[in-house]
Design a protein. Structure first.
Length: 242
């Protein structure tokens, strides 16, 4: 017996895909911290999210980035091809970040992964891919998500859509400012040849803020069906913006 799928079946999956991407982005830094501590590393926070590659959460770090990459590569918007291309690039960049780790220097505590497999040229691919990944995240916030779900800009948006666009802009600027803060703190340490507790963990802090902005923007974009949800909490959360 052939099961016939309706357009609504595809729409629900489409929205759930957006929500999944958002949840992954928000949960990643906290899962790494908690998991690393529970597995026995006394240092909860590393100097960057990328340094968890060498921790007991190695498999989770690589696995989550590869899952995120796969989901982004498979992400498709029927009416907006540009969004599909940006998502595909972002997916490949996420996988490259996982495949080519940052240098071991700066990692604290017991390491899980064999550090001898690292080569100096890895860092260029790692940092380049990470930077371009965040650029893709910002493009979604500043350009793609601010259009209608059909991929065009009508003459006038409804008030709730205007509010959502304002939130997308905040998330976009949050990503941009996070990147600038990482660069600024790195330059400060290089130029002054000194390190404070804040600058030491600044990369982790601002990678986390960038991921929170990224994750929340995707959750908001994927919340279309929340206003019709059987869950009262989801309906309450969505009511101001949907």
């Amino acid at each position: 017996m052939k099961i016939q799928q309706t357009k609504d079946d595809y729409i629900i999956s489409y929205m759930l895909l957006r929500q999944l991407i958002g949840v992954i982005g928000i949960a990643l830094p906290f899962a790494l911290i908690i998991g690393n501590r529970l597995l026995g590393n006394e240092y909860w926070v590393q100097v960057s999210i990328s340094h968890y590659f060498y921790s007991y959460m190695h498999i989770a770090f690589v696995g989550v980035l590869c899952i995120l990459g796969g989901v982004l590569i498979s992400y498709r918007e029927k009416e907006y091809v540009f969004a599909n291309r940006v998502a595909t690039f972002a997916g490949y960049f996420a996988i490259l970040v996982a495949a080519f780790p940052t240098a071991y220097k700066g990692f604290e505590g017991k390491h899980y992964f064999d550090t001898t497999v690292w080569h100096g040229w890895f860092k260029y691919i790692h940092f380049g891919s990470a930077a371009l990944l965040f650029v893709c995240f910002a493009i979604f916030c500043f350009v793609i998500f601010q259009k209608s779900d059909e991929g065009f800009v009508p003459a006038e948006f409804p008030e709730k859509k205007k509010l959502r666009n304002h939130i997308y802009k905040i998330c976009g600027w949050g990503i941009v400012l996070s990147i600038l803060m990482i660069v600024g703190c790195t330059l400060y340490e290089y130029l002054t040849d000194s390190q404070t507790t804040f600058t030491k963990y600044s990369t982790f802090i601002f990678e986390t803020t960038a991921l929170l902005c990224f994750g929340n923007s995707w959750l908001l974009k994927g919340s279309v069906n929340w206003k019709h949800s059987d869950n009262a909490v989801l309906r309450k959360i969505a009511s101001p913006v949907r």
